[in-house]
Design a protein around this ligand. Structure first.
Ligand code: ZN
Ligand code: ZN
Length: 166
């Protein structure tokens, strides 16, 4: 079992979580959702976490092959800016959680980096902070993408008690 903490203040950010070997594949990000659903099913079930090995989140940079664009990040959509199709150059090894397992985190003042349709799309940079103010996480919760919370791998740390047998 593992608890994630804020690197700045040491505050616990999550309940005890169990590691998943990989980030689960999300069925149906592009598939029709139940009537009225504003979020995808959560990528990671409550009580678990997974490490995303690929770059995820801001910043985004132009893709090399503009004729054969790929999604901008894992479980993401094709994204284009004035520079063309872009791809994430964000951090690798972000910690992916069920959003409800990071409920101690707070939106930034004035909802900075929280632009989206039904929720923040998570492409603008960290949009959730520790109660101490450190910007340590990014919530993606829009109707057009996955529903997941990413902890910054540098600004948070994992603590697993040495006697935890599970
Ligand atoms: Zn903190
Ligand atoms: Zn929407």
């Amino acid at each position: 079992m593992t608890v994630f903490h804020c690197s700045r203040c040491g505050n616990a950010l999550t309940p005890d979580l169990t590691a998943l070997p990989t980030v689960p594949a999300v069925p149906g990000i592009d598939v029709a959702r139940p009537e009225g659903a504003r979020q995808a099913p959560p990528t990671v079930p409550q009580g678990y976490y997974a490490i995303e090995p690929e770059p995820w989140g801001a910043p985004f940079v132009p893709q090399e092959d503009q004729d054969n664009p790929v999604p901008s990040q894992p479980r993401g959509l094709l994204r284009a800016t004035l520079d063309g199709f872009v791809i994430s150059a964000g951090a690798r090894d972000t910690i992916v959680l069920h959003p409800d397992d990071g409920s101690v985190l707070q939106p930034l003042p004035c909802w900075e980096n929280s632009t989206g349709c039904c929720g923040p799309d998570g492409t603008e940079g960290p949009n959730r902070a520790c109660p101490c103010g450190a910007r340590i996480a990014t919530l993606a919760a829009d109707c057009s993408g996955p529903w997941e919370l990413h902890l910054d791998p540098v600004r948070t740390y994992a603590f697993t008690p040495p006697d935890a047998h599970r």
